[in-house]
Design a protein around this ligand. Structure first.
Ligand code: F6R
Length: 240
């Protein structure tokens, strides 16, 4: 695991965008896994800038998002599909049909199976970018008795519902379940990239880097990944 600690969250975001840009420069039809949330927003802005300047071309890139809320259609303002359009896809020259976000509508098990099949059909994920939850989750893989393997439907924990309530009018409106890539799906990506900034991530980052490899801190599985880069700002790294 390569760990880099930056003075500011902006520098960590710039490093993340640089690694994603490098993956696309190395392979113009790269398959990139993407997160939503606060963590990737500045990196997405930087990627859009690089695309606009002509440094990177997304026209042959395929993306797979980590997760989506159950019950929210893609046109719902709080859906992760909508988030991705607003924060990245509408600002780059990607073909929308090459962007994949799991469906939160309909038969969850069938949607999850179809998502794994689509990832396999695309040749697997070259680079999986992600954030980390305050409880150590990656995707929506919450602390559990065992590491999840494939994409599936997950019941969100009260701490995640509370953390994500900031995007909704109230905690009561946060969906109680999500469809998420499994820890196994993430681990099968050829390269992985995690960004964490801010003091509220310091505990999870400590667990990721120094704690036991345990499904009670799902991100700790990344210590077993052969190509994992972790980008932190000083606040997120403050307990290391
Ligand atoms: C989002 C996702 C989550 C977030 C995590 C951190 O697609 O999979 O694991 O990365 O909850 O969220 P933020 O970045 O909002 O602190």
């Amino acid at each position: 695991m390569q760990i880099h600690i930056y003075k500011t969250p902006e520098l960590a975001a710039k490093a993340a965008a640089t690694l994603i840009a490098a993956a696309i420069l190395a392979k113009n039809d790269a398959v990139i896994g993407l997160p939503t949330g606060s963590s990737p927003v500045a990196a997405y802005r930087e990627l859009a800038r690089m695309n606009k300047e002509g440094v990177i071309d997304f026209s042959r890139v395929t993306t797979f998002n980590l997760d989506e809320y159950i019950g929210l259609a893609g046109d719902h303002p709080q859906s992760y599909r909508h988030f991705m359009d607003e924060n990245l896809f509408d600002h780059i020259n990607i073909a929308k049909e090459n962007t994949h976000v799991p469906s939160g509508i309909g038969d969850g098990a069938a949607n999850a199976r179809a998502y794994e099949e689509a990832i396999a059909a695309a040749g697997g994920i070259d680079l999986q970018f992600m954030g980390i939850g305050r409880n150590g989750h990656i995707g929506f893989n919450e602390p559990a008795a065992a590491f999840s393997d494939q994409t599936g439907v997950i019941t969100l924990t009260p701490s995640t519902i509370e953390a994500n309530a900031r995007f909704f009018a109230s905690a009561g409106e946060v969906p109680r379940a999500a469809i998420s890539m499994g820890v196994g799906t993430i681990m099968r990506a050829r390269r992985t990239l995690l960004i964490a900034t801010g003091a509220d991530k310091a505990g999870a980052v400590y667990g990721l880097v120094r704690g036991a490899i345990t499904p009670s801190l799902p991100a700790s599985a990344l210590r077993l990944h052969p190509h994992c880069v972790v980008l932190l700002d000083e606040d997120a790294a403050s307990r290391l």
